[in-house]
Design a protein around this ligand. Structure first.
Ligand code: GRF
Length: 200
């Protein structure tokens, strides 16, 4: 049974989808802890499932590195097989990424390498493209630049604002994320092999 830690900052709708999937008896992974860099709304989903949570408030640390060190210490308590960033709106310091990659993945609401960064949905709208997408990647030390594990196109429709487009993207993100976690858990997806081949 693959153990998963999920890190969030916001509403945690992608977290909720993973929790719902993991509640199915045949799903080969379970979420053991949910962490956040702030008092995230998404904690409510973890509490509903009786899953422990931790908070490492970014604002209480003098540097990203010190924040990352505490975040890493929390993760070390739980020793998950996989860390999932799902709406964590912070870049992780290199020490933390190096300690966990490739067993750390991220969901992003764009068709990477298009529109990386914190405003992928807004940037796609501003670019007036006909389609954007959703991606699941291995976290590396760049900004949404790690090896792509899964991605799918999502149309941009006339009249879309950022919220409407993001809400169309999120269900795709959730489906891709659940499928990636399932494939990692069953061994169908070898993160170390993907990461190594990306470095060739
Ligand atoms: C998701 O689209 C995620 O990819 C992005 O922020 C959104 C988080 O949504 N980083 P939620 O908190 O899971 O609802």
């Amino acid at each position: 049974m693959l153990t998963v830690a999920v890190l969030i900052s916001g509403t945690g709708s992608n977290l909720r989808a993973l929790l719902d999937a993991a509640a199915e008896p045949e799903f080969p992974a379970r979420v053991v802890v949910v962490g956040a860099d702030r008092e995230a709304e998404g904690f409510a989903h973890a509490e509903e499932y009786g899953i422990p949570t931790f908070m490492v408030p970014f604002a209480q640390f003098a540097s990203r590195e010190e924040w990352g060190a505490e975040l890493g210490a929390q993760l070390d308590v739980w020793r998950p097989d996989l860390v999932v960033l799902s709406g964590l709106m912070r870049l992780l310091p290199a020490d933390l990424v190096d300690a966990w990659s490739p067993r750390i993945i991220n969901t992003h609401p764009a068709y990477l390498p298009e529109f990386p960064g914190a405003h992928g949905v807004r940037d796609a709208l501003a670019a007036d493209v006909a389609q954007t997408g959703a991606s699941v990647i291995i976290v590396d030390n760049g900004v949404d630049s790690g090896p792509i594990l899964a991605q799918e196109r999502v149309p941009v429709l006339p009249g879309d604002d950022e919220h409407a487009l993001h809400e169309r993207i999120k269900p795709v993100e959730r489906r891709l994320l659940i499928d990636v976690v399932r494939r990692v858990a069953t061994g169908d997806l070898d993160l170390a092999a993907v990461s190594a081949s990306a470095q060739l």
